[in-house]
Design a protein around this ligand. Sequence first.
Ligand code: VGL
Ligand code: ZN
Length: 214
Amino acid sequence: MRIDPTGDILGLVDVQPTFMPDGELAVADGDAIVPVVNCLMGRFPRAFATQDWHPADHVSFASQHPGKAPYETITLPYGPQVLWPDHGIAGTPNAALHPDIDQRRVEVVIRKGCDRQIDSYSAFQENDRRTPTGLDGWLRQRGFTRLFLCGLATDFCVGWSAEDAVRLGYAVVVIEDACRGIGLPVRAGWTTMDDTRQRLLARGVAFITSDKLG
Ligand code: VGL
Ligand code: ZN
C-alpha cells in the first residue's frame, strides 16, 4: 500500500503508559507497539495523536460508583458505560504520550474524556455522540482524506475512532501490529476484539500490517 504524502496521515490513539503493562488500565503487550509506531512515524510525513485525559473523579471510573467493580457495565444518560479502573488521569506521567514515542511529526494532539460526566473513546466525539473533539475540523481543513490508525486499545478507542472516521467520510486503515486490544468478553466465544473487527470490516475499514506499507 503506497502512502500519499498529501492526503494520508498517521493517527496515534492513546499511546500512553496508563494502557501498558504496569499502567492503571494495562492492555496485554501494549508496550510492544512503541517501536512499531516509531518505525511508522518515519514513513508518514505527518501524524496526529490523542490522549485519554480524565479528571480524577471521572464517571467511567468504577471507584466513583459505590459497590461497582471495574469491567461491570452501568447505564448513563447517553447509554451503557463499561466501568474502568482509574486511568488516564490528566497531568500524571502515565497519561503523557509514551516517553519513547518519536513526536517530531505529531502536529496536533487531541485530549479527550476531559468532561467528568462523559466518557470519550473516539478521537472525534465523546460517547454522548454529540460533543465533537475538533479533530474532524483540523483534518478537513488540512486536506487529509485517509487515516492510518494505530494505538490502544483496538476494541475501544482505536475501533470507535475508525468507525467515526468512516462515518465522517475518511478512508480508514488500521495497522494491526501497531495496536493491541483489551478483549472483554461479550458473549460465549466472542470478545470485544472479534466484535470490533467484524463491525469495522463491514463498514469498509482496511486492516493491514506495517510491513505492507510501501
Ligand atoms: C480506552 C477504555 C477506557 C482506550 C480509554 O484508550 O481504548 N479504553 N478509556
Ligand atoms: Zn478512558
